[in-house]
Design a protein around this ligand. Sequence first.
Ligand code: ZN
Length: 214
Amino acid sequence: MYIGHYAAAAALLALAPETPVLPVAVAVAWPDIVWSALVAAGVEEVRVDPKNPLQSTIRFTSYPFSHSLLLSGALTLLPALGFGLAYGNPWVGVAFWLGAVSHWLLDVPVHLKDLPVLGRLRGGKDRFVGWGLWSRPRLAFVVEYALFALVALATAPRSALIGLLAGALLLHALNANSFFGFTKANPTGTPRRYAALAFGGFVAAIAWFTLAWQ
Ligand SMILES: [Zn+2]
């Protein structure tokens, strides 16, 4: 999931409007930022089918540090502490942690059954969840945008709405090939390039959301 994660950011900022926007915008992207760094470093593993661009063909074979409920939730306490200290406000740390954990929760409906619950390392038995909406890609495309748009409509400051809805639509449209398969091949081709694209996509989303939510 990509821009759909910003539904959680909007909900968090509506519940606690005094929260600075940047840490929340980073938080909901955090697991994928960590993931792209760990894939580049060869610590976590993903398989990309070079002949198919669809999201449902990506195999997330190992990502316990970035995408498990328990281990990632525990590891995320560190950046949360960092943000709390940097802003001199413990709530910012709590909000960061909640935003980062929301990422896993919102990944559950779309991912195939590959999201680890515990985050056991190599060889350890784990439980995996995922409801697999990505295997119905057209529906997944609509649901992801609708989720963000509905939450934004309900929560965002009026003056921010157009920037939020239009920016989300643009970023979501840039990601459309992974839902509709316009190209025959996967343009990224390799795990590292796929991870680099995800990193760039989330940096763009952080900038968009932080600037638009005013
Ligand atoms: Zn993710």
